[in-house]
Design a protein around this ligand. Structure first.
Ligand code: PGA
Length: 255
């Protein structure tokens, strides 16, 4: 299955910086063959990224969206607005939104549902806090987050879904999860899908690892049996660093 590597820029980059990044990264796109690469800039830079990536194989994602298609929701962005800009993916339920913005499972479920119905591919983020890990609750937390986000979802939609396993304690800390812990969590995600949506429907589901991924540590994650990509924050902000990371991932799977 093709790897999927996504750049999550969070609240970084102006329009001008986005244009520069996109023009630079597309020069190395022939080195990314076999890896699906996408960039998730802030909303304000989506139009610029869309224009700068036109004709390239690098895709565009958003970092969030509202579940309603339009309406009186000051400050929010709806799926049709993203689609009109050429956005294909949308990150949903990132831990910063869950923990800093108070997003709950109910909101996340509505967002996943609307994204899939609208033709956007959700990157659903799940992961435990350090305290939950210490209490041995990692698997239970992941299962609760998956159940909360996917309840009532039609199994036919699963192949459009990406799940990113991002332990909260590994995000932006330089303290990446061990490959054994990443595999164990990703395997528990696979088991959840197998028991809730049936084996056949699982075909096509991809699971990313996220949390302090860099060019020099990505390789071992990409060859884990249950992991097919990465969600990258800090190491995606410089085009040459991100390009090196994608090439390292590719090298790991082809070697
Ligand atoms: P990081 O962020 O790579 O900076 O740890 C990952 C993420 O939050 O998606």
């Amino acid at each position: 299955m093709e790897l999927i590597i996504a750049a999550n820029w969070k609240m970084h980059k102006t329009v001008a910086e986005t244009g520069d990044f996109c023009r630079f990264i597309r020069q190395s796109e022939t080195l990314f063959t076999g890896v699906e690469v996408l960039i998730c800039p802030p909303f304000t830079a989506l139009a610029t990224a869309s224009a700068a990536l036109k004709g390239s194989s690098i895709k565009l994602g958003a970092q969030n969206m509202h579940w309603e298609r339009q309406g009186a929701f000051t400050g929010e962005i709806a799926a049709p607005m993203l689609l009109a800009l050429g956005v294909e993916y949308v990150i949903i339920g990132h831990s910063e939104r869950r923990h800093l913005m108070g997003e709950d499972d109910n909101q996340i479920r509505q967002k996943v549902k609307t994204a899939l119905e609208s033709g956007l591919k959700p990157i659903l983020c799940v992961g435990e806090t350090e305290k939950e890990r210490e209490q041995g609750l990692t698997e239970a937390v992941i299962e609760k987050q998956l159940a909360g986000a996917l309840e009532g979802l039609e199994s036919g939609k699963i192949s459009d879904l990406i799940v990113a396993y991002e332990p909260v304690w590994a995000i932006g800390t330089g303290k990446a999860a061990s490959t054994a812990d990443a595999e164990s969590a990703a395997a528990s995600i696979c088991r959840y899908f197998l028991s809730n949506f049936g084996e056949k429907k699982v075909v096509g589901l991809r699971i990313q690892y996220g949390g302090s991924v860099k060019a020099d540590n990505i390789g071992p994650y990409m060859v884990l049996p249950s992991v097919q990509g990465a969600l990258v924050g800090g190491a995606s902000l410089e085009a040459n660093t991100f390009s090196a990371l994608i090439q390292a991932a590719r090298k790991a799977v082809i070697s």
